[in-house]
Design a protein around this ligand. Sequence first.
Ligand code: ATP
Length: 317
Amino acid sequence: LGPTICIGEILAEIVATTTGHGFAESQPLIGPFPSGAPAIFIDQCGRIGGKAAMIGAVGDDDFGRMNRARLERDGVDVSGIAVDDTLPTGSAFVRYRPDGDRDFVFNMWTSAAGNLRWTDAVEAVVSGAGHLHVMGTLLVRPGIWDMTDRAAQIIKARGGSISLDPNLRKELKDDGETAARLAQILEMTDVLLPSGDELQLAAGRSDRQAAIDALFARGITEIALKDGTRGATVFTPGAAPVHADAFAVTEVDPTGAGDCFGGAYIAARRLGEQIATALDLACAAGARNVTVRGPMEGAGTRQELEDFMKANRRITH
Ligand code: ATP
């Protein structure tokens, strides 16, 4: 039916090589790396062999060229990425604290990413797309929400499907408008990719099974629940859950695990893989990506993920 598309921010990420608090002092850095949650998702999708296209905006600068070149190299259609000649590509400085939490210095919403518009190029990509992956965090941005909603309507009308990674714990608790947008997109969602308590939050039910049943009743056909080093489980109506244990790896940089998991899972399912196979590839993609510094540097091809699965044992609980 056409490629999987993702709409949202593309940015250059510069990472501290030491852990600590913030950027107030001069310190060794590494990067720039291509980044942005939607870009990580779509890069993994393309890299594993799925048809993929990105909708976003970069500046007419090296950070923009780096991002476009990476996505193109990995098989992503970049015709929906606008090159803005008035604003720079978004950027983020990231430093991990000793407890694993992160400090950021962002330049996003006064960058090209904050100036994303529905253009003829966007229209062309969306009207040929078969699947839209929605990032919950972007529902808080009115401009991106409008584009997401418009793309969702077009894709559903042509028989396409939608996946949603809610990624919205904090925002959902204190923002009624975001919750309303989430409810609207949930009505159109086919595949949900929650982690932690997002499943319960999305359904508005505190009991997990009640939440799953409520989401199935709303038309969701597949729930892939991510659980970090405990692996992931896929729930489908009327069938036993399918679980995959995580792979035992040394985590170097946790950024992008959930997005690589999602990109691999959606691409594999759309390529016709069974749930168990797609889930194994997704767990491998998430785990492989955390072994490499940089948000999408560890995204794997099908062959790289197969090799990774052979070389790494699973964590059993
Ligand atoms: P993010 O922190 O990127 O938002 P998430 O909460 O959406 O992530 P996770 O559950 O952290 O998603 O990661 C997705 C999948 O990636 C997990 O189900 C697991 O299979 C794999 N994964 C993530 N982190 C690790 C790790 N440290 N070791 C092994 N596998 C991992």
